[in-house]
Design a protein around this ligand. Structure first.
Ligand code: HEM
Length: 469
């Protein structure tokens, strides 16, 4: 198709040096600014960040055009220095931050079986087993926390998520009093928060000398994590791997692939493992976000408790096969994702192309305004309210509108979304099965972000005395 127009895409005139960065500074998230600007310039507009040409697309059809119809043209990622620092000096080591390549295709396909387990697969059974086994440990650890007073439960939730991931992907888990393990869990969480922030230096690289300390901190966290994974997880697998037998887990599958595929290197598999293990932080943060809403709206907690009590009859912990009978609890997680409206990682045009007939030059960064999709009155009834029931059909089944894409769509869609749905479900329902939870400190949630700060709000846990045997 010939470009519809040689006219430039509308957008604010950039200032020298900073481009239009000043327009974003007034808002808590740049996506709020994008929504405001879309009312002035339209559903597609251009904006210059520093000297980087960017385009913002604001409606579902345009988002689909970028992610699905032209996914191949927009397979690149931003070249931020922070991303390099987090992945051994080269962001292409990372699955989420690399440009599209044959290697990425291979890495995604190795990961698919393990990280996107289908409902009826052996992997799904394994996820269930690992998750429910960890629940017992998790509950024991929670009982060590002070009850009926403000307490910091995020580290315990994160440790439970980390163990679920490590057990599932590496057949290993760690005690919560293992200081090296807890340190690594904390570093992962710091990185998750970091990745969810934007900094002026991303677009103004000449500010770099001022960020030296920060960049060194990122490299340090990443280095410590890598050392732990190599020493405490991978080494044992290398020593015990039987190349003639089917892989025991994801780590084995990666090591076997390294042996068989001349294009795979040692670094590729270590970084892939690190990337996926790191996914646990996203789930821990999502559970904290869900709890923030649950404590704000006690009627939500009550409905989850009714569901979980009904399904388990107070006799056992929840498992993944209860999910179908607990649609409200699942809907709470979808509503948490809608309200959090985590941004889709920006894509970058890897070739000269077009969007809606407008010419787009190779190297242009594309922001997909899912904030608008998730929070506008055009798409949702009372969008500011936390209403899980919006995701329930009259018959009580979970339904999601097509424009709701918290995990994105297209060739770079999130690989971890099934694990998110599994582990967050059992953690949230088990917490509410066993405790009445109330706020223990002021709760501030940053808009347009699925992360809460590493040292975040406290909660008060009051046992419900219905603990299963
Ligand atoms: C609250 C939880 C999560 C949310 C909201 C989320 C959301 C997203 C989004 C929006 C993308 C960008 C897709 C795109 O650019 O089009 C993404 C990519 C990705 N996610 Fe997730 N994610 C979550 C958890 C996870 C977990 C647990 C894992 C790992 C097990 C994971 C692995 C990945 C990977 C590897 C990519 C990059 C895929 C690629 O670029 O090819 N995510 N995620």
């Amino acid at each position: 198709r010939k470009p519809k127009s040689a006219k430039p895409i509308p957008g604010p005139d950039p200032w020298p040096i900073i481009g239009s960065l000043h327009l974003l500074g007034k808002y808590e998230t740049p996506f709020e600014a994008f929504t405001v600007l879309s009312k002035i310039y339209g559903d597609i507009f251009s904006i210059t960040m520093g000297s980087t040409p960017c385009v913002v697309v604001n409606n579902f059809n345009l988002i689909k055009e970028v992610l699905i119809a032209k996914g191949g043209d927009f397979g690149g990622r931003p070249d931020f220095m922070r991303f390099h620092k987090l992945f051994g000096g080269d962001r292409n080591n990372s699955l989420a931050l690399c440009d599209w390549s044959v290697l990425q295709k291979t890495r995604r396909s190795i990961a698919r079986t393990y990280c996107s387990p289908r409902f009826t697969s052996l992997q799904y059974d394994a996820v269930n087993l690992v998750g429910t086994n960890e629940l017992t440990v998790f509950m024991t650890e929670l009982q060590k926390l002070p009850l009926n007073e403000p307490t910091d439960i995020k580290p315990v939730i994160l440790a439970a998520c980390a163990n679920m991931f490590m057990q599932y992907m590496c057949s290993t888990s760690f005690p919560y009093d293992d200081t090296d393990f807890m340190k690594v869990v904390r570093y992962f969480d710091e990185i998750f928060w970091e990745i969810n922030q934007g900094y002026a230096v991303d677009f103004l690289p000449w500010l770099l000398p001022m960020y030296n300390k920060h960049m060194n901190k990122l490299s340090h966290w990443a280095g410590e994590i890598r050392e732990f994974i190599l020493a405490r997880i991978v080494q044992d697998h290398v020593n015990t791997l039987d190349y003639q037998s089917p892989p025991r887990d994801f780590t084995d599958a990666l090591l076997i692939h390294l042996q068989e595929d001349p294009n795979m290197e040692w670094n590729h598999i270590i970084f892939e493992l690190e990337d996926f293990i790191g996914g646990h932080s996203a789930i821990g943060n999502l559970v904290m976000m869900a709890l923030a809403s649950v404590v704000r709206y006690p009627e939500v907690a009550k409905r989850i408790q009714e569901e979980v009590d009904d399904v388990t009859r107070g006799q056992r912990y929840v498992n993944l096969f209860d999910k179908a009978a607990m649609p409200y609890t699942e809907a709470v997680l979808w509503e948490t994702l809608r309200k959090a409206s985590s941004p889709i990682v920006p894509h970058v045009a890897s070739t000269d192309t077009e969007i809606e007939g407008f010419p787009i030059k190779k190297g242009t960064m594309v922001f997909l305004n899912n904030y608008e999709l998730n929070l506008s009155a055009e798409h949702w009834d009372e969008p500011d309210k936390f209403k899980p029931e919006r995701f329930l059909s009259p018959a009580g089944n979970v339904v999601k509108p097509a424009h709701f894409i918290p995990f994105s769509t297209g060739k770079r869609t999130c690989i971890g979304q099934r694990l998110v749905q599994c582990f967050s479900f059992i953690l949230l329902s088990t917490l509410l099965q066993n405790y009445n939870i109330s706020p223990g400190s002021e709760i501030h949630i940053k808009p347009g972000c699925v992360a809460v700060t590493p040292d975040c709000f406290k909660l008060i846990l009051k046992p419900r005395n219905t603990e299963p045997n």
